[in-house]
Design a protein around this ligand. Sequence first.
Ligand code: ZN
Length: 216
Amino acid sequence: MLPGPDQIIECPHCHALARYGTLISGNTFGARLWTDGKQLAPMLPEVPPFTRCPACQAFYWVEDAPEVGQLNRWGDIKPGTPQAWADAPEVQEPSPEEYQEVLARGRPDGLTGERWEHLLIRAWHRYNDAYRELPAGTGAPALPEPIRTNMVTLTSVLTGESPSDHLLRAELQRQLGNMTQARRELQNVHDAPELVSQMLHLIEAGDATVREFQWE
Ligand SMILES: [Zn+2]
């Protein structure tokens, strides 16, 4: 992995600065993949696409934030670089509670369908984060009602027919405890036998917790 400079951006609401690391090159060596589609790759760190400004508390999409400049964090900071760039806080993914705060207001006005889907998926993944390392045989607690509501909304938003859409809907149904529907969705996935087989195994076991895919 070869890190690039830090990108400095400003909050579209209050202009407070923030930053995130860029990559010149990365790879998926050592990547981990979970049943809900979340992947963590240590050599390909991700910039959260959606964040909360620590200065004004408003939420924004990182790609909407004006770019102010770039900071080379590995070399000397060039003379004339504003100290505020070096001090800018790193962009953080919202907490599960912060996502709930956003989703409790319903679909934001003017939000594209793609972003609405993305927001629902990120909120779901963030909720699942607390249960990714549970040992086999230990289940996540019952879904809180607001989380369940978001997941049901997501199943209706995910209308695509791609294998990943079917896998995601199968996983949503499995975590919602609808094992028959989960199994039905998997019948439409033909090109990922390893993933399907592991999910079917969980469905047979009545396991509704997010699990990491295991590779031989
Ligand atoms: Zn702000």
